[in-house]
Structure formats: C-alpha cells, structure tokens
Design a protein around this ligand. Structure first.
Ligand SMILES: NC(=O)CC[C@H](N)C(=O)O
Length: 193
C-alpha cells in the first residue's frame, strides 16, 4: 500500500520511515497530481500556518478535500491535525475543514512545550509512545467522531470514518503502530473500491 506524506513543510522523512517500518511504502507528495497514485495521505507536523499557506498556493485544499471525499484516508498529526480541523479556537481561519472538531493550537502552554509519554489508544493493545511538541488539543468533536485517546482529560487522538488525527508526533519514535493502524484504514478503503 502506497501512502503519501504531504511534503510542503515539516516532519516528512520521519513519516516515510515509519510507514516503511509498518509494512507500507511512503512517498513524499509535492504536487496534487501525485494524489492519484496513493491510497492514503499523511499531513505531517510542522507549522500549520506555513503548511496551510503552501497548500492554498499549490491547489491542495480542493484536491485533498476531493481525495477525502472519495473515501480515501487522511491522517493529520500535530500541525497536520490543525490543518484537518473544521474549526480552530480563537479567530484563526481553518484550512481543510474536513474533520468535525474544534482544535486549539499550542494548547499545553510554555511549561510543557515538549514532552514524551505513553498513551492508551483505542485499537492499539499496549501503550503507545508519543512525543508532544508545542502540541494542539481537540477541544470539541462532532457526534460522528470517535475519541480514540485522551490525555489528562483532553482529547489527543480521534477518528471520523476515513479521517484520523492526533496531537503528537507518532513518527518520532520507533513505535509505528499508529502508522500500522492508518495503513489498515487505507487497505480497507482500497478494498471497497
Ligand atoms: N509540532 C507541531 O506540529 C507543532 C504545531 C504548531 N505549534 C502549530 O501550531 O502549527
């Protein structure tokens, strides 16, 4: 299964590596045409304002909305989760507006800018190692959204059908089980077509 990683800015190589460890083939996606060649797309962490700006510039907003509309899986991690959200807290303009959730940026405050922890994620049988870096949080979800993990009473992983989102960087550890989970989503979606 070939999985694309949106390669405009952010942690691209690390996601490609994790997809490989999970048994898939990861490719860097730099043009909208490449979306035709992949069965799932990862929106990496980085800087959401920059990623959003570049997505607009290169036509990715409509192209990714169409990709997801065809039932193909999209996985937003950290800044990628911000980009995926229907609403952002504060006065900020949302980007893709695909997943029914409200996301707050930089939600952990200065004291806890970056940290590592183990998380209990629904669908993964033992705790997942996760790295949080100036991480966002999911403040609210719609009724179609399944909460897969909370950390200190805040939502940090969620799924809505073919859309998956997490606050942290699952690609910065050797624990690739969330990539494995996403690969399975892509395989299931491909089997339906
Ligand atoms: N590690 C990350 O992706 C950080 C996200 C970043 N704080 C943002 O708001 O875009």
């Amino acid at each position: 299964m070939r999985i694309g990683v949106l390669a405009l800015q952010g942690a691209v190589a690390e996601h490609i590596r994790s997809i490989g460890l999970a048994g898939g083939e990861g490719v860097a996606v730099k043009t909208v045409e490449q979306l035709k060649e992949i069965g799932g797309l990862i929106l990496p962490g980085g800087e959401s304002t920059t990623i959003g700006k570049l997505m607009r510039k290169y036509g990715f907003i409509d192209a990714i909305r169409e990709f997801a509309g065809e039932g193909k899986p999209v996985f937003g991690t950290c800044a990628g989760m911000i980009v995926l959200a229907d609403k952002l807290e504060g006065a900020e303009e949302p980007h893709l507006r695909l997943m029914d959730m409200t996301v707050a940026r930089n939600a952990f405050g200065r004291q806890r800018e970056s940290f590592e922890t183990d998380l209990d994620v629904k669908g993964i049988d033992t705790p997942l190692r996760a790295v949080f870096i100036r991480a966002p949080l999911i403040k609210e979800v719609g009724s179609d959204v399944d909460v897969l993990c909370s950390y200190k009473d805040e939502i940090v992983t969620a799924r809505q059908g073919n859309l998956l989102a997490c606050s942290y960087h699952p690609e910065l550890t050797d624990d690739y089980r969330l990539h494995e989970y996403f690969l399975k989503m892509a395989e299931e979606a491909a089997a339906k077509h």
